[in-house]
Design a protein around this ligand. Structure first.
Ligand SMILES: [Zn+2]
Length: 270
């Protein structure tokens, strides 16, 4: 009987030890897991040398494959001049260069330019001027191009049959045309290629005649006679277009006292 009690006692002790150690083991693992969790959440407890997690790395943009870069066009080579070749003469003969014209072809230069149009696009232009102002002309149109100054058309007046009125009505900018000053017998500076007209419809030639009537060229420019209006295509004293011409030694028709030729710039040559 005593032996049986001893067995039960030993078994109870063993069971107790087993339960105790199991509980201790569970407790130990729980604590370890807890500690690990804390390490993860608390940056202060993190090892110093640990590399930042990917989310903390600032995203470096992966260079996307781009098409072969197109070198920006150099428009300088679009500005050039030539003498009046046979081909050019064929285009002006009997028009802007009528029979009996007293200026020699040798004194004229044909200039090729590019310009921004009223559509904001780049267009080709050609203009014939006196060789004395040909360099200036190239530089002026290059400077106007650089500031993206809008000029609607720069075509030879011969495309309008050398009819100044038609060219102006179409807002064409031009220079050489062997003709007299309107309503006079005096040869115009355009006859020598020493004057350049810019955006002619928006910048008309206007004055009041002695009889009180209005002289207006072109005839369809009535909307642009009032120069107090705001219009990006108006040439005004002190604006970009004006300053470029003045810097090249030109004078402006808008500065004349009685007759106002807002499109007109001319240069006096000694
Ligand atoms: Zn003019």
């Amino acid at each position: 009987m005593a032996k049986k009690i001893l067995y039960i006692f030993i078994l109870t002790v063993l069971a107790g030890v087993l339960i105790f150690s199991t509980v201790m083991m569970i407790k130990y693992f729980n604590e370890a897991a807890e500690e690990e969790k804390q390490m993860e959440n608390n940056p202060m407890l993190k090892p110093v040398n640990e590399t930042p997690s990917p989310t903390e790395v600032p995203a470096t943009p992966t260079p996307s494959p781009s098409p072969t870069p197109v070198p920006e066009k150099n428009y300088d080579e679009e500005f050039y001049m030539s003498e009046i070749t046979d081909e050019i003469f064929e285009r002006i003969k009997g028009k802007s260069y009528p029979e009996g014209a007293t200026i020699s072809l040798d004194d004229l230069r044909w200039c090729h330019v590019v310009h921004y149009g009223f559509d904001g696009e780049i267009h080709e232009g050609e203009i014939i001027v006196n060789k004395a102002i040909a360099e200036d002309t190239i530089e002026i149109f290059k400077e106007l191009f650089d500031i993206k100054y809008e000029i609607e058309k720069i075509r030879l007046i011969d495309e309008y049959g050398a009819d100044d009125e038609k060219s102006m009505e179409d807002n064409n900018s031009s220079s050489f045309c062997y003709r007299t000053i309107a309503e006079t017998t005096v040869l115009s500076n355009h006859a020598l290629g020493l004057a350049i007209d810019i955006n002619t419809l928006y910048n008309p030639y206007v004055y009041t005649r002695k009889d009180g009537t209005l002289f207006l060229q072109p005839e369809n420019a009535a909307d642009y006679v009032d120069r107090e209006q705001e219009n990006p295509h108006f040439i005004k004293n002190g604006d970009e277009c004006y300053n470029i011409f003045i810097a090249h030694g030109f004078t402006w028709g808008g500065d004349w006292n009685t007759k106002k030729d807002y499109q007109h710039f001319e240069k006096e040559i000694e």
